[in-house]
Design a binder for this molecule. Structure first.
Ligand code: ATP
Ligand code: MG
Length: 204
């Protein structure tokens, strides 16, 4: 089979971890692994964004670099795979389109779990077509430092809150550190730190 690495069969429980991954860091990997364990997922697909509609103001690293770093970070874990659906779709990335594409690709039996951090959940109401999004996937909201959740944000069986080990790591912190000449080793996988250095990413 093509992309989708772990090759989940029909009826599989599939986690979907969207993000800009600029760069991918250990916070992303812990959230994905914990969601996978807690919800008995068969696979977690990382989906690097093409052109995120909320981040147009900032210049992102090229999509191919963000994709490569995500592949490097996830390659050794049999649970994880990486999808190019958002990179290959023209125009801004909307999560509802991501889920529709993956659902088409995996067939009607697949069950989707959208994994987000607490900071992302608060914006969900403003996303494109939230009703359809919640019909396509259940949402797993992972706790994240400095982003308190109100208990009302867990909503029946469609939105669940998952307590995960709290890592105070963000891609913004990693970029700022590289720009300042500080190491990102132990914040991102070794291979990602090496890739950032090799490609000279985030220097200015
Ligand atoms: P940036 O600082 O550029 O916004 P980020 O670290 O927030 O980067 P994103 O690519 O924006 O990373 O995040 C992808 C998803 O991962 C989002 O749903 C986000 O909430 C979640 N996430 C990121 N870092 C963590 C973390 N340390 N703990 C839990 N969830 C996280
Ligand atoms: Mg973010």
């Amino acid at each position: 089979m093509g992309e989708g690495g772990a090759g989940a069969a029909r009826g599989a429980r599939i986690g979907v971890m969207g993000g800009t991954f600029d760069p991918v860091h250990l916070g992303h990997l812990v959230a994905a692994a914990e969601a996978g364990r807690a919800f008995g997922l068969d696979e977690v697909v990382f989906v690097p964004a093409g052109e995120p509609w909320q981040k147009e103001a900032r210049r992102l690293a090229p999509a191919e670099d963000r994709y490569a770093m995500t592949v490097i970070a996830t390659a050794a874990d049999p649970l994880f795979s990486v999808s190019r659906v958002d990179i290959e779709r023209a125009g801004p990335t909307y999560t509802v389109d991501t889920l529709a594409d993956l659902s088409r690709e995996r067939g009607p039996e697949a069950e989707f779990f959208l994994i987000v951090g607490a900071d992302t959940l608060s914006g969900l109401g403003t996303w494109k077509d939230p009703g359809r999004l919640l019909a396509l996937a259940r949402v797993i909201c992972c706790t994240r430092p400095d982003h308190p959740l109100r208990s009302v944000e867990a909503d029946g069986d469609r939105i669940s809150v998952l307590e995960i080990p709290q890592l105070e790591i963000s891609s913004t912190l990693c970029r700022d550190r590289v720009r300042a000449g500080l190491p990102v080793r132990y914040l991102v996988p070794d291979g990602v730190a090496q890739y950032i250095a090799k490609r000279g990413l985030y220097r200015e």
